[in-house]
Design a protein around this ligand. Structure first.
Ligand SMILES: Cc1cc2nc3c(=O)[nH]c(=O)nc-3n(C[C@H](O)[C@H](O)[C@H](O)COP(=O)(O)OP(=O)(O)OC[C@H]3O[C@@H](n4cnc5c(N)ncnc54)[C@H](O)[C@@H]3O)c2cc1C
Length: 171
């Protein structure tokens, strides 16, 4: 059995440049014990499509990507595969529910990130739809629970102010 791990990002440096990366997580080549067991790692590779026969996976069509993660023409190749795992993290809130329900009726502005983050600022948390507020992951994208709590509290106050003219809730 062979395992190939594809990464759309460039191969990280062997040692981190802490000054260049601060305040973000210092990027460097890290190898887990599972990867050390023999996984093949490919960097700057985009996945284009699954390839199959009679509904059964036989490969993954890939290509090299440039620094903007755009496919490089003519660089396509196929990796034979009988199993593919997609492990790309959180892509955005589900597109059903209120976002879908409003589609075509009222203009609910969403942003580029996953196209379903519901746009609002972090002062009044108002969306483009009257009496609809957004806070937490659905506003800022996948994040941490401390942000969700903070935004939830601030949004509650903003909603109270908007509905009652003033709020007794703490800032
Ligand atoms: C696997 C995983 C691990 C994580 N680990 C951590 C961690 O270790 N530490 C950390 O800080 N953060 C972690 N997070 C992130 C954290 O869970 C989120 O940032 C946080 O829960 C966001 O809170 P929220 O209230 O914005 O959204 P959510 O917690 O997603 O709450 C949204 C709620 O709205 C409900 N809902 C959706 N649509 C409707 C509707 N139409 N009507 C009524 N209700 C609706 C949903 O059922 C849900 O209960 C993790 C997230 C995941 C997915």
């Amino acid at each position: 059995m062979k395992v190939t791990q594809l990464d759309i990002r460039p191969r990280p440096p062997e040692t981190e440049d802490k000054l260049a990366i601060w305040p973000f997580w210092a990027t460097k080549m890290r190898t887990s014990s599972s990867q050390a067991e023999g996984a093949i790692r490919e960097f700057q590779v985009g996945t284009l499509e699954f390839v199959g026969e009679d509904g059964v996976l036989t490969g993954v069509k890939c290509c090299q990507v440039d620094e903007k993660r755009k496919p490089i023409a003519g660089s396509e190749f196929i990796i034979k595969a009988d199993l593919a795992f997609i492990a790309i993290g959180f892509r955005g809130p589900f597109n059903d529910g209120v976002v879908k329900e409003l589609d075509g009726k009222l203009t609910l502005n969403t942003d580029r990130r996953g196209s379903t983050n519901v746009v609002a600022n972090d002062r009044d948390y108002k969306t483009s739809v009257d009496k609809l507020w957004s806070a937490g992951d659905v506003r800022r994208g996948q994040s941490l629970v401390v942000w969700a709590i903070r935004e939830g509290r601030q949004a509650a106050r903003a909603i109270d102010e908007a509905l009652m003219g003033a709020s007794v809730l703490p800032r």
